[in-house]
Ligand binder design. Structure first.
Ligand code: ZN
Length: 144
């Protein structure tokens, strides 16, 4: 018998991202993106881009899915699907790559456009030389 984790393939994940995309709030860019993030536990968390008049508050679909998952207790992810319009499938922006790297450096990334074109990457391919905070030993300060 197959476990739950293997039941969510690329097609299913892309389909979930397409559904999520319908809830995008993108009145400014008119560029609606959907994402579906698969946790190691087999759960799927979806997100859509959410824009704001104050552009700095805009959140990408990938991070929204990630934040939903992490706030639900998930911290280990296997794969994310991203669906957006365009001639070529779009990849996550730099901020999203770093956000995803925080939890799952080995993440698989499946990018699809609306015409069914799919490109697959690993997060390590898209974010070489990534940043990870490491606590460094510091000298205790003396206030004398
Ligand atoms: Zn992004």
């Amino acid at each position: 018998m197959r476990d739950n984790k293997s039941l969510v393939g690329d097609k299913k994940l892309i389909s979930e991202a397409e559904k999520a995309r319908k809830n995008a709030y993108a009145p400014y860019s008119k560029f609606s993106v959907g994402a579906a993030l698969l946790s190691r536990n087999g759960k799927v968390y979806t997100g859509a881009n959410l824009e704001n008049s104050s552009f700095g508050q805009t959140v990408c679909a990938e991070r929204l899915a990630l934040y939903k998952a992490v706030s639900d207790g998930e911290k280990d992810f296997k794969k994310i699907a991203i669906v957006a319009p365009g001639a070529e499938p779009v990849t996550p922006c730099g901020i999203c790559r770093q956000a995803l790297f925080e939890f799952s450096p080995e993440l698989e990334i499946v990018c699809a456009n609306l015409k069914g074109k799919v490109k697959k990457y690993t997060l390590k391919q898209l974010l070489p030389h990534s940043f990870k905070y490491e606590k460094r030993k510091t000298k205790k300060r003396s206030f004398r």
